[in-house]
Write a protein that binds this ligand. Structure first.
Ligand SMILES: [Zn+2]
Length: 401
């Protein structure tokens, strides 16, 4: 290609780009973004597949295919995305990230994060749609019940200690932390975050992106942040023993620390911290609240159908110490939900209050919270079981007594 032969200077890059991102490519990307915005999608995937570009959209956690772009427009479509994301147009051999704000023809706007990755057969682009209008939700809207919300608010009102959000990727942990930060962000508090990546910009919060290549590794930035006289420190994820130990010491020395751990539930989060080499006394002295969570698909209100619980369903309700509901609702599928039987998602929580350094069993496990949601017809029994860890033997036994 001639463009590739040209001397790589800023001028050639700028000169070549607008011509490549043609008007049809602009319209095409607008089309996909509008589809994603209309359907409440979280991500858009563009990738080479069988000699063509495959386009998929993630809605309520599941990927669905969209019609592929007309042949010949694939490259221009990626260029358009690169231009919007302000990433280097010439360097396509290395992964790169960017972000942009998009305004549709109606008043729809999106904040997007773009990730470009060279893959076999070309390039894969994933666009992450930031939830809402790029603002965090109020903590009252996270979906916690009153008792759990009260515990969270008490923890956030303290000057020190640690709030740990637990769960797998895509469980909504970051949304919860952002909601907490938004609650804390006042001119009276200095708040710093260490994130990889920064998912949403927050007013009144100093946010730092981890960048290993630039020498801004997790532990290096974390130590530096603590010298910046913060009141509140948010650490995107405690990934190793070193960052965990620094985080715990920060929580012990007059900082409120908010962080996440990649564990199944609240109890496992405490165990993991100890496994990461953090001394037991530090864990006891610092971790004030552990919140585990999952996002459950909500049953479509237009087509859900009621039926009596089966024997194994009743059994699980009893095992979780819950009354068996007379009826449960089932996923069916209709035009409104594109045949899925589900539309939208909501969070369920398991909250472990460690006030005073004692592991108190959560009032309600994730599974119990999900089964309660199923009993309200918010979700299905199948979705609850698929999304939540099975009840521990001891917990089930304790509740049976
Ligand atoms: Zn439906």
């Amino acid at each position: 290609m001639v463009a590739g032969m040209a001397k790589p200077s800023a001028d050639t890059t700028r000169g070549a780009s607008p011509g490549e991102a043609t008007a049809p490519a602009v319209r095409l990307l607008d089309h996909y973004l509008a589809v994603a915005a209309d359907s409440g999608a979280s991500d858009l995937h563009f990738e080479p597949s069988g000699g063509r570009m495959q386009v998929r959209v993630r809605i309520d956690g599941s990927l669905r295919a969209l019609s592929p772009p007309p042949r010949g427009l694939e490259s221009a479509l990626l260029t358009r995305a690169r231009l919007l994301s302000r990433v280097n147009l010439a360097e396509r051999r290395l992964p790169c990230d960017g972000r942009f704000h998009w305004q549709g023809r109606s008043s729809v706007t999106l904040d997007l994060r773009a990730s470009f990755l060279p893959v076999d057969g070309g390039e894969k682009l994933v666009l992450r749609l930031m939830p809402g209008d790029g603002r965090p939700r109020p903590i009252e809207d996270l979906g916690m019940d009153e008792a759990d919300l009260a515990l969270l608010e008490t923890t956030l009102a303290r000057p020190s200690g640690m709030l740990v959000c637990a769960g797998p990727t895509g469980a909504g942990k970051t949304s919860t932390l952002y909601a907490a930060l938004a609650r804390l962000a006042t001119p009276r508090r200095a708040i710093v975050t260490l994130e990889d990546p920064v998912e949403m910009r927050l007013d009144g919060v100093t946010q730092v992106q981890v960048d290993d290549d630039a020498g801004r590794s997790f532990a290096v930035v974390l130590r530096s942040l603590l010298r910046q006289d913060p009141d509140v420190v948010m650490i995107g994820e405690m990934r190793d023993g070193e960052s965990a130990a620094i985080a715990c010491r920060a929580a012990l020395t007059g900082h409120l620390v908010l962080t996440t751990l990649h564990t199944a539930d609240t109890l496992e989060a405490v165990v993991r911290l100890r496994d990461m080499g953090v001394a037991s006394y530090l864990v006891s002295a610092t971790v004030s609240l552990v919140v585990a969570q999952r996002l459950l698909r909500k049953l479509c209100r237009h087509c859900r159908r009621q039926s009596e619980p089966a024997a194994h369903e009743s059994q699980l309700y009893r095992a979780c110490g819950l009354a068996v509901p007379r009826v449960l609702a089932r996923a069916v599928g209709c035009r409104c939900c594109r045949g899925e039987g589900y539309s939208g998602r909501s969070a369920v929580f398991e909250v472990m209050n460690r006030d005073g350094g004692v592991d108190r069993p959560p009032r309600r496990t994730l599974m119990a919270a999900a089964l309660v949601a199923a009993g309200r017809f918010d979700t299905s029994f199948e979705e609850a079981v698929a999304a939540c860890p099975a009840p521990r033997q001891s917990v089930a036994g304790a509740n049976d007594r």
